[in-house]
Design a protein around this ligand. Structure first.
Ligand code: PEP
Length: 255
């Protein structure tokens, strides 16, 4: 069987009440019921921090992983209002989205993202590192260069063991929540840039590190973008608010 293609849902600051949270959990358990074990285990859901424990409890027997949407760059300290990676790991989160463009837009720097990645790994979390935020141009050459430099900077800060523990998500900022996606060829080219940058620094042992695509993925476009390509799955924002979409995506990608 081929390597499973991941379907990671970023719920963002949605599900505003505990009732909405409970409905989502009930609907998702129903939606995932018809999936095979490998289709289920390809799904990761990243709810708001407050709900992580409820999701972990609910999915205990469903083989669906739960992750955070961010973690603080420091392991401990006086950081009012922040959540440390150890806290996430201790309540059962298995991974954490880091460097999302919506966080970088609030001033999060690449340096901070790198520190977050290192400390997330240290506490046993798998970082899902979003790259492509700085990409302002749709010119493939420019975009490729900017992306390569960004990935280079991240992976150069990691040692050979650390780099094996990460997942990358190529997310061109203009595609997020816009309903617009780059062409499958463009996505293929850019995710290859990410992969080559990792291998360029750490060698051929890193060519299996998952590289995902994120930005306006739907059940209609997911196959076209992923199936024929080396892309290892998708990071899904808006469409993840209906868990049936995540189930459908996993079954389309992992047949
Ligand atoms: C995202 O926020 O990471 C994302 C991919 O969002 P959307 O699917 O809504 O474009």
């Amino acid at each position: 069987m081929n390597k499973p293609k991941l379907v990671i849902g970023n719920i963002k600051m949605n599900l505003e009440t505990s009732q909405a949270r409970d409905e989502y959990i009930t609907n998702s358990l129903e939606a995932f019921r018809g999936l095979s074990d490998s289709q289920k285990s390809a799904i990761v859901i990243c709810p708001p921090f407050l709900y992580i424990e409820s999701f972990v409890q609910a999915y205990k027997f469903a083989d669906v992983a739960v992750g955070g949407q961010n973690a603080h760059q420091e392991l401990r300290g006086k950081n009012t209002g922040e959540i440390s990676p150890k806290m996430l790991a201790s309540i059962g989160a298995q991974c954490v989205i880091l460097g999302h463009s919506e966080r970088r837009a609030t001033g999060e720097t690449l340096e901070q993202v790198i520190q977050k990645v290192i400390n997330a790994i240290l506490t046993g979390l798998t970082p899902i590192i979003c790259v492509g935020f700085t990409v302002g141009s749709k010119d493939a050459q420019d975009e490729g260069k900017i992306l390569k430099d960004e990935v280079n900077e991240i992976v150069s800060a990691l040692n050979a063991q650390q780099v094996q523990k990460v997942i990358f998500a190529y997310e061109p900022v203009w595609a997020i929540g816009s309903g617009k996606t780059p062409t499958p060829e463009h996505i293929h080219t850019m995710t290859l840039v990410v992969r080559k940058a990792i291998v360029g620094v750490h060698g051929p042992d890193t060519k299996e590190i998952p590289v995902l695509y994120g930005g306006s993925i739907t059940t209609e476009n997911v196959r076209e973008i992923c199936v024929q390509s080396h892309i290892d799955g998708v990071l899904v924002g808006g469409a993840s608010l209906d868990p049936a979409n995540l189930a459908r995506m996993s079954s389309l990608l992992n047949q």
